[in-house]
Every structure is written in C-alpha cells, then in structure tokens.
Design a binder for this molecule. Structure first.
Ligand code: NAP
Length: 468
C-alpha cells in the first residue's frame, strides 16, 4: 500500500494472521505513534530499551524496523488532521503496533483519538495487567498479592459516544421522540428540561466476545478465576445483561473447562453429602428458598439439576481444578481488590467500569507511571499496545516522567508476538532498576533512600540491569 507521509522501512516484513495464528517474521516492521506531551520523552527512552532487549536476546537474528505513523498534535501539524486515514491503513496493514498517549482535543467536537483508534480497528479487548514488581512503592500492606489482569470491553457502553448536549436542537428533538414514545420512562427524568442525555448500548455480541477472550486467555495462561464485574443490580438491561451473557458464553463455549461459583456450591454440597436431595441442595444455596414464590423455587431446583448433570466431568471434587467464573458488583470490587487482592485474578469488565478500575488498581502497584495496556482484536490479531496514562502535559519535554508504562506495554507486545526472551529481559531490567532504587520522580517521592533519575536515565538503568 502506498502512503503519503509514512515512510515504510526498506527492510522487514509484516506480522500477519493465518488460520487464527499470528505469524511473526524475524525482521518485523512495527508501526508506532510517538504520542503527545510526555509521550515524546517516553518514546525516546522506551525505543532504546526495546532495541537493546531485542539485540541482547537475538544478536541481530531478529530485529524491529520501526515505522512512525501519525496521530495527535504531530499529525495535525503534518496533515491538518488529528487522525489521518493512512494511520488507520498502516495499523490495518501491519497488524501490531505501539503508541504513546495522545491529547484529547477539548471542544471542537473531536472525540478521543484513543477511543476512535480502538473503534476503527475494532480492538474490542483492552487488556491491562496489574502486577507487583518487587521494590515498587505501594500504599497497601501486601502489594505482592496483586496479580490481576483486567479485560475491559473497548467498543461499547457510554464510550460509544451517543450523547445529546443540553441546549441543542438535537437534544430537544431526542427528548420529544422519547416523551412521545416512552412517556412513563420520560417521567423518570428528574429535571428533563435541562438534562443532557447519554445512551449506553451494551450488546450480546460485544459482551460475549469480550468475556470469551477473557476466559480463553485465563485458560491459556493457567489462571484460576474470571470475575465478571457489573452494576447489574441497578442497570439490569445493560450491566445485568453483561453478567448474564458472560455466564452464558462461559457455559456454551467452555463447559468442560469452567465451573461457576454457584455450581461449586451445589457440587460441593453433593460431594459432602451424596444422599442430599435436589430440594435440600436448593435450600442450602438459597437460604430464603422456603419463602420464594413457586416459580422462583422451580428455577432454583432447575439450576441445581443442571449443575448436578455435570457430575461426570465436575463431580467428586473435579470442579476444584476448573476455571472458576464468578461475578461481583462494580462498587464493592474497588474495596475487595484492595482488602482481598488474592481472590482476584482475571476481571472481565464493561468499558467505563474497566477504565475506573484499572487506574485504581494501578495505585497498588506503583501508579500510572508503571501501568501498561493493550488494545486487541483476538480474531483478526490486530493489536495496539499503549500505556494506561495520558499525556501528563505539565511534564512534557522535561525528561522527567516514568517511561515504565510504555516499556511494560512493549513487554506485553513482545510476549504477544511470542518473543518471550525479549519480554523477560525487559522485566528483568525494570525489576533490577527498581530494586536498586534508581527511579523516576513518581517512585522516588514514595521511597526512602532512592536515587532520582530522569526519564532517559531510567531507560539506561533498565538496559544496564538486563545484564544482572
Ligand atoms: P494523565 O496524563 O494520565 O496524568 C495524570 C497524572 O498521572 C499526572 O499528573 C501524574 O501524576 C501521573 N502520571 C501520568 N503519566 C505518568 C508517567 N508517565 N509517569 C509518572 N506519573 C505519571 O491524565 P490527564 O492529565 O488527566 O490527561 C492529560 C491528557 O491525556 C488529556 O488530553 C487526556 O485526554 C489524555 N489521555 C490520553 C490517554 C491515552 O492516550 N490513552 C489516556 C488518558 C488520558 P503526578 O502529577 O501526581 O505525578
């Protein structure tokens, strides 16, 4: 494909997806977006770490040929366009890439560039690991218990951007339609005359493909639980439906490999007492059973029977070795991931909940400076790796901030490509630099006796510690 301003390196080949498997050549052309604000400093430090790790791991046999593509301020200067179409074309063609943070232009009606990239490339999984590295400053007593991976749905929810600004013609028109067609629901608006409106679409396909990806990843990586995070007690037909569809996809696509939390109770009861009747079992899992209406009781009995029908593959304690699927309400999960971190492993969330939760969890393991992420479509193989944080503009071009999130996003990228030796070296270098207390300002202010390094110097320290 011809590009106007993107220079495709003369050497190297594309990553492709063949029969559901990523094909990674030894000489890879890799698109990158430098990013705005602190992205410039962070990218300079990160690319040196990546190149050093690849060189140390493969001594020239494998190499990344970097190809700059444009978005954000740099794109606006070059193309008069915040997100030129050739950037999307390049990510589509070369499949896997990495980016720094981008400014979201405020006003002017431009939606977030990050959200636009995820939607245009249909990168429906936002995958954010939250893992503690020894020596990292943390506000909690046992940060070493934190080893979680968030699978955040990336294309739906209120991030779909269907909003009607108060005071506009569209807002008026929408409310008229709403009032006319759904008068009872219209009345539920407390101040309808001055309300801005947002719509939250959550679909069966969108929810199921996200939960499917989370479960598949959990199985492939020997994890123990997947928690479906939702606020279904309030938003029954969006958040509640996400929970329902999550369990459905778990049972239809992974029946032999998984067990739900309620099934563990039923099977566990039967394990302990083989003579237990279905009704007795139903009363044990739902202590309010006797007070329930007959149709609700019949529902619980059917649930017990369905679980007991799994006896051959799940009975006699076999369920204990299956991947556990459970669910948790989105408010309490913020407390429990701190107070009972050990009980959380993979978390499958909707878009907004996952956005909040990943920033909150990052605080436990050192903060935004060290919070990596990836946007992935597991069917097409397309992926863009990126830090969780933004452009932190007040620190731009000061060579100050922590490049850790982009560097660890690179670590994820190399693992995704199957270049585990590179990923391991990056982790080793990063752990070594942190253990030696040679860190950037964000860690230094929280550590006793640490040496303050610039962004670029932290990159150097990581490279040095790869040889430890
Ligand atoms: P931000 O850029 O994430 O920065 C918030 C704070 O997080 C910083 O002031 C700093 O805290 C800390 N931080 C962020 N990056 C850090 C790093 N590399 N090392 C150490 N500390 C770091 O959030 P914002 O200021 O609200 O957003 C700025 C712009 O970024 C906006 O235009 C926003 O839309 C955009 N944004 C982009 C992305 C993306 O590209 N994916 C994501 C989020 C936001 P201290 O000052 O306490 O040290």
């Amino acid at each position: 494909m011809g590009y106007e301003k993107i220079k495709v390196p003369a050497e190297g080949e594309k990553i492709t997806m063949v029969d559901g498997k990523l094909q990674v050549p030894d000489q890879v052309i890799m698109p990158f977006i430098e990013g705005d604000g602190t992205g410039r400093d962070i990218w300079k430090a990160s690319v040196r770490v990546f190149d050093a790790a690849v060189e140390k791991a493969y001594g020239g046999k494998r190499k990344i040929h970097w190809m700059e593509v444009y978005a954000g301020e740099k794109a606006f200067k070059l193309f008069n366009d915040w997100l030129p179409s050739e950037t999307i074309d390049a990510f589509n063609e070369f499949l896997v890439g990495i980016k720094g943070p981008l400014t979201t232009p405020i006003g002017g009606g431009i939606t977030s560039l990050n959200v636009a990239l995820r939607k245009l490339l249909d990168l429906y999984v936002c995958q954010r690991p939250v893992v503690y590295l020894e020596g990292t400053p943390s506000p909690v007593k046992h940060p070493e218990y934190v080893d979680m991976v968030i699978f955040r749905e990336n294309t739906e929810d209120i991030y779909a951007g269907i909003e009607f600004e108060y005071g506009t013609e569209d807002n008026k028109k929408f409310k008229e339609l709403f009032k006319e067609n759904f008068p009872e629901r219209y009345k539920r608006m407390r101040f309808p005359d001055t309300a801005g409106i947002g719509i939250k679409p959550v679909s069966e396909e969108g929810s199921k493909r996200l939960v499917h990806a989370a479960i598949q990843w959990a199985l492939d990586n020997g994890r123990h639980t997947v928690s479906l995070v939702h606020k279904g007690n309030i938003m029954k037909y969006t958040e509640g439906a996400f929970r329902l569809w999550g369990y459905e996809v778990a049972k239809t696509d992974f029946r032999n490999e998984i067990v739900t939390e309620r099934e563990t109770w039923i099977l566990g009861n039967k394990d302990k007492n083989p003579d237990l009747t279905v009704e007795e079992n139903a009363k044990m899992i739902d202590p309010g059973f006797d007070m329930m209406a007959p149709d609700k009781q019949a529902e619980i009995v059917a649930e017990v029977e369905e679980a007991l029908a799994l006896w051959e593959t799940h009975g006699n304690g076999q369920w204990k070795s299956k991947l556990l699927i459970k669910d948790t309400i989105a408010d309490i999960v913020f407390q429990q991931t701190i107070t009972r971190a050990k009980e959380f492993d993979v978390l499958a969330t909707m878009n907004l909940n996952g956005d909040f939760l990943s920033d909150a969890l990052a605080a436990q393991i050192g903060g935004m400076g060290i919070a990596p992420g990836a946007n992935i479509n597991y069917e097409t193989g397309a992926a863009i790796f990126e830090a969780t944080h933004g452009t932190a503009p007040k620190y731009a071009d000061l060579d100050k901030v922590n490049p850790g999130s982009v560097i660890l996003s690179g670590e994820m990228m190399f693992r995704y490509m199957g270049w585990d030796e590179v990923a391991d070296l990056i982790l080793k270098g990063m752990s070594g630099a942190i253990s030696a207390k040679t860190v950037t300002y964000d860690f230094e202010r929280l550590m006793d006796g640490a040496t303050l390094l610039k962004c670029s110097e932290f990159g150097d320290a990581i490279i040095e510690h790869m040889d430890d």
